[in-house]
Design a protein around this ligand. Structure first.
Ligand code: FES
Ligand code: FES
Length: 158
């Protein structure tokens, strides 16, 4: 059956089987492989995308449930001209090693900072507690998110 939604600002129509997950639709049908799939049952957070601005696990959603929605993947959170402030902060704080969890963490952190640019370290930890990282350790990740707050505050005041 056809499903129509917007992905990273572009309207798409994809012919899918009703049982296809949104994660697999994004990766295998639309070539958006920045969305990673780890556990496939809602635990690791690596498949997180934004659905109408809200962070959701795309392995727990069917593609057909995205009908009419605005989906943003990690590719849509990047800039052609260089790193975003959040990406710059991740690089500065060495907040990734293998990078498998990073798209989900960047997406989750972007949703948090867009809504709560004044969040404190406890809030960052609480929100990122649903994103598992096996190799970096969470201290640099939390530091990176905290430093990126300034850019989101500036954006809000513009
Ligand atoms: S792959 Fe979706 S939460 Fe792990
Ligand atoms: S950077 Fe390797 S799992 Fe997080």
């Amino acid at each position: 059956m056809p499903v129509r939604f917007e992905v990273n600002g572009k309207a798409v129509t994809v012919e899918v089987e009703p049982r296809l997950t949104l994660a697999d639709c994004l990766r295998h049908r639309l070539g958006l492989t920045g969305t990673h799939v780890g556990c496939e049952h809602g635990v690791c957070g690596s498949c997180t995308v934004l659905l109408d601005g809200v962070a959701v696990r795309s392995c727990l959603m069917l593609a057909v449930q995205a009908e009419g929605a605005r989906v943003t993947t990690v590719e849509g959170l990047s800039l052609a001209e260089g790193l975003t402030p959040l990406q710059t902060s991740f690089r500065k704080h060495h907040a990734l090693q293998c990078g498998f969890c990073t798209p989900g963490i960047i997406t989750t952190a972007h949703a948090l900072l867009s809504e709560e640019p004044d969040c404190d370290a406890d809030r960052v930890r609480e929100v990122l507690s649903g994103n598992l990282c096996r190799c970096t350790g969470y201290i640099p990740i939390v530091e990176a998110v905290l430093e990126a707050r300034a850019a989101y505050k500036r954006r809000q005041s513009e």
